[in-house]
Design a binder for this molecule. Sequence first.
Ligand code: NAP
Length: 303
Amino acid sequence: MSATIIDGKAIAARVRAGVAGEVEAFTRQTGRAPGLATVLVGEDPASAVYVGGKQRACVEVGMVPFDRRLPAEAVFEEVAEELDGLNADGAVSGVLLQLPLPAHLDGPTLSAMIAPEKDVDGLTPVNAGLLSLGRPGLRPCTPCGVMELLTQTDVQLEGAEAVVVGRSNLFGKPMAQLLLERNATVTVCHSRTRDLREVCARAEVLIAAVGRARLIERDFVKPGAVVIDVGMNRLTPEQAGNRSGLVGDVDYQAVAEIASAITPVPGGVGPMTIAFLLRNTLQAARYHAQPQALLVEADREAP
Ligand code: NAP
């Protein structure tokens, strides 16, 4: 194996420590700690684990958690009412509606009801539009986390061929926009892409967010490419053998032999998502305390 392993756990820990320090200063200055509200509808065990992780992370950096749970049979109006209440609550800086929702609920419409200045997932039309215009706003956590991994690994993005596999609103589209902002030449692939293998093999930076275990094989990857694996796929015990049941979208063992750097699963992109959720919550809290702060911070971070 020759690739550098990009240690998302360590990089995320540094981001979280930085957020904790900034939260302390913010709380001292304003007299109020940032608050993060999570809304979970139903009892999906994986979603409950994710929400629990977010709540704990929030407490660890000195933020106030608001844990709202509704039964699986909650109707649209009940979820909307919960979101309205959180939008109006001055103690709540950020609101996150845990997805996926039960099938009878319209996720995109409910997500769009979150006040844009509290939309820490960056999924509302206002924040998605601001990102697409290259303007400051709250940006989706996982793509921001990937940008931080690339930055910390000193990956040269200007002029680089970047390929993103997956075009979801949550990840693929905002990822492509962030890469464009850093002057990469970006190609976005999806289920209808002709000859995925050939397109991926052009990439100097290859980012996979598909949800198909080990879709990206060794010959999809240009030797020396940087490979970021966003996928999280649970294998059955029979598929997993002795190894962990969680694998990414990339055939890690084979690809690590030819890539220059690669993220593992677990321990790569995953920890960055929560770290950037905390960073976004702090950014939202600053926005409430001083509406210009969001713009200033985003301008400072712009390339
Ligand atoms: P999604 O909404 O299901 O989108 C999947 C994308 O992959 C779609 O654009 C789809 O194309 C494309 N696709 C499906 N099969 C394909 C194929 N055979 N070839 C090429 N493209 C294909 O999923 P998502 O929310 O973006 O998540 C993707 C993966 O990332 C999942 O495993 C998820 O668990 C993981 N994830 C991890 C984190 C984290 O924190 N680590 C965060 C977000 C997501 P179409 O648009 O044509 O259908």
